[in-house]
Design a protein around this ligand. Structure first.
Ligand code: NOJ
Ligand code: CA
Length: 544
């Protein structure tokens, strides 16, 4: 059962949901730690920077703050290569800074998700160093080692997300290869070895005992590999100069990802955090709703997984409608919805840029707020940020290692624009870790909070709506009507109309209803058959 606790914060209503299912209605916010707020002037975001902005997040109406990895790391993949899972990297602060952050978050009624990276460690981790140094020792089996193919090359055709084969020769000279689905500096852990689960159970309990309320699990869908290590079927030819993401997508990842035994493993994860009541949220790039549903089955697997499909590719209204209906129906209510994160172009840019892209993003966000499960904003989404304009060298290893001119995740990783001052108030340094063009004043927090018509206020109103009307995510989901590009949903006394097509739509279901929220300004008539504008969503209360 969920209980609601209501408090007032600076600009609104803070309703904290309690009980084991609290996460189901939660609004999450992803903080990309490097780019959120820098307090010591080194140009890199840090934990005290986040602490200083928690009141801002509470005001926005956020429940959960997911912080990207801040553990000790040599930084080959900006923190997703961890060399000590139980310590804070000095470039982001100290364990005492984490404790202060957790205390302040909980004082404000916020919850914290720590980003655990279990598919791989850093090659600088003591486990990997020991595995290389002693091929007969206990740490060897923490990783995935295979003999070469008969021609001396990699053991199979698996490729890395970041380009090239997923195999690198043992630097210790054993002649074996180790597996890495990402960089060679990110060796994959062997989840068939129970000792690895024991290590991570300890790590999860360490952070849960120190104030983490849940975990975002990196590459959750990839932990188990097929013990046969067979070749993946190839779907299309790989041509020279292809983007590594396209090369990766040219194979059917039946043997290295999405494996059923991962669902079985998640039961052990669930057991590991049971006493702490932590929530487990997987990064779940399965693209297969049946497998997704196995991974988030009630009580036996993860609580929820990210539905990543809406965060990829250009504006495709029919794909958005299909994905929503499919996951809403089949995914056990274990969805975390999002349209942007630190690995993809921002939704405003992907959906057409400018006012058009912003309008479409808001329409989809409004729909997401009316679905089961959590929905997440990515830092700056509440300001309607488009992709950053990059002016310096490329930071993202995926593109930096594969030649100039490749699309780079850097576009989503620019500093958060707080003020109109230097570096938009992100840092007192002369330059930030990533070099991006300054943003215009109207995209800053300072400007938008002062302007009641701003995008910030629209997102704020949306989060208040989800809090004030829990029916929006709790009441039975009834699909009254849909087309390829539009949905009319009833949730208790509320009706939600998402019209992602280009033209205004007549909606007789809304006759006599009272408007509660609209994703963009439009003349909304409550006559016989109210019109809902194209590429927008409205939420109304039925019958006045
Ligand atoms: C997914 C993370 O979101 C991404 O940033 C990272 O590069 C890979 N996993 C590898 O850890
Ligand atoms: Ca810093």
């Amino acid at each position: 059962m969920q209980a609601l606790t209501t408090t007032r914060t600076g600009s609104g209503l803070q309703i904290r949901i309690d009980g084991p299912d609290w996460w189901r209605g939660a609004i999450g916010y992803e903080v990309y730690v490097r780019s959120f707020a820098d307090t010591n002037g080194d140009g890199i975001g840090d934990l005290p920077g986040i602490t200083g902005k928690l009141a801002y997040l509470a005001d926005l109406g956020v429940d959960v703050v997911w912080i990207t990895p801040f553990f000790r790391s040599p930084g080959f993949d900006h923190g997703y290569d961890v060399s000590d899972y139980c310590d804070v990297d000095p470039k982001h602060g100290t364990l005492a800074d984490w404790d202060a952050l957790a205390a302040e978050a909980h004082r404000l009624g916020l919850r914290l998700f720590v980003d655990i990276v279990p598919n791989h460690s850093s090659s600088h981790h003591a486990w990997f160093k020991a595995a290389v140094a002693d091929p007969t020792g206990p740490y060897r089996d923490y990783y995935l080692w295979r003999d070469p193919a008969p021609d001396g090359g990699p053991p199979n055709n698996w490729v890395s997300h970041f380009g090239g084969p997923a195999w690198t020769l043992d630097p210790g000279g054993s002649g074996q290869y180790y597996c890495h689905l990402f960089l060679p500096e990110q060796p994959d852990l062997n989840w068939a070895n129970p000792a690895v689960m024991e290590e991570f159970a300890r790590i999860l309990r360490f952070w849960a005992g120190r104030g983490a309320d849940g975990f975002r699990i990196d590459v959750a869908h990839g932990l188990c590999k097929d013990p046969s290590f067979a070749d993946n079927p190839q779907l299309r030819p790989v041509t020279p100069g292809m983007h590594p993401m396209d090369v990766f997508a040219s194979f059917d990842h039946v043997h290295d990802l999405h494996r059923h035994d991962t669902a079985v493993l998640f039961r052990q994860w669930r057991d590991a955090v049971h006493d702490h009541g932590s929530v487990l949220l997987g990064e779940m790039d399965t693209r297969n709703v049946e497998r997704f549903a196995e991974f988030v089955a009630d009580d036996t697997a993860l609580h929820a997984g990210f539905v990543l499909q809406l965060g990829l590719g250009p504006w495709r209204p029919a794909h958005i409608v299909d994905t929503i209906l499919e996951y809403q129906e089949k995914a056990n209510g274990g969805c975390a919805w999002e349209v942007s994160n630190h690995d993809q172009a921002r939704a405003v840019s992907r959906f057409g840029g400018g006012d058009v892209g912003l309008g479409r993003t808001l329409a989809v966000s409004t729909l997401m707020a009316a679905l089961d499960g959590m929905f997440f904003l990515y830092e700056g989404e509440e300001l309607g940020l488009p992709d950053a304009t990059l002016v310096g060298h490329v930071e993202d290893p995926m593109s930096a290692r594969n030649g100039e001119g490749l699309w780079t995740r850097d576009v989503a990783r620019g500093p958060m624009p707080w003020t109109t001052g230097p570096l938009n108030g992100f840092s007192q340094a002369a330059t930030a870790w990533i070099d991006t063009a300054p943003l215009p004043p109207d995209l800053t927090v300072e400007h938008q909070q002062a302007d009641p018509t701003s995008t910030w206020h629209r997102y704020h109103a949306l989060s208040m709506l989800r809090r004030t009307y829990p029916e929006l995510w709790q009441a039975p989901f009834e699909l009254l009507h849909h087309t390829d590009t539009a949905l009319v949903i009833r949730r208790g006394s509320l009706l939600v109309v998402g019209n992602l097509g280009p033209d205004a739509m007549q909606t007789p279901e809304l006759a006599g209803a009272t408007l509660l929220f609209q994703s963009r300004d439009q003349a909304f008539s409550d006559g016989e058959a109210p019109l809902v504008a194209g590429e927008s969503t409205v939420v109304v209360r039925a019958g006045g």
